[in-house]
Design a protein around this ligand. Structure first.
Ligand code: URA
Length: 186
């Protein structure tokens, strides 16, 4: 099995109800041997149209954050908890997240074997903690999941809603967190 084959299989997935409302399956993209894997919640409108993760406004902000930290997007693997857009960008239902993770994300993790995982936002962080979390409490702290270092970060969509850059603001904290990730990659 390799990532390309897995991605091809995912294109016809009908394992959960999100299959009936999606336009495109957004499997993920990036370096197959990435040291860093970034995991969001689920595709939004632009992602659903293009079939690519993090290409809308939140994705463009993510690109700027990575670039400012000196991390090339092409060196990273970027994906989501669910591969199909939840209608109206609602949070994926627990069953949808569970089904999609066991069919696709777990296999992506096995094939890529990243050294560092950055889950963005509460939905992605919950997977690595196994429980509901307050993302503002756990962001910026190294966790460990199956021998892999995990750095929870705030979701860029949250940063778009909270644009202040003052000390202690979500953007300022995210800047600290991505620099911590960069240091760990070097
Ligand atoms: N938000 C996400 O969580 N994932 C995307 O791919 C885009 C926006």
């Amino acid at each position: 099995m390799n990532l390309e084959l897995l991605a091809a299989q995912a294109q016809t997935c009908t394992a959960c109800p999100l299959a009936s409302t999606r336009t495109r399956v957004v499997f993920g993209e990036g370096h197959p041997d990435a040291k860093l894997m970034i995991i969001g919640e689920g595709p939004g409108e632009e992602e659903d149209k293009t079939g690519r993760p993090f290409v809308g406004r939140a994705g463009q902000l993510l690109d700027r954050i990575l670039e400012a930290a000196g991390i090339a997007r092409e060196s990273v693997y970027i994906t989501n908890i669910v591969k199909c857009r939840p209608p109206g960008n609602r949070v994926p239902a627990p069953d949808e997240a569970k089904t999609c993770t066991s069919l696709w994300l777990n296999k992506q993790l096995e094939l890529i074997r990243p050294q560092i995982i950055v889950p963005l936002g509460a939905t992605a962080c919950e997977l690595f903690l196994g429980e509901k979390v307050a993302i503002t409490k756990i962001r910026g702290q190294w966790l460990e999941w199956q021998g892999i270092k995990v750095m929870p970060m705030l979701h860029p969509a949250y940063l778009l809603r909270n644009p202040a850059r003052t000390a202690g603001s979500p953007k300022a904290l995210t800047w600290q967190d991505i620099q911590e990730v960069k240091r760990a990659l070097d």
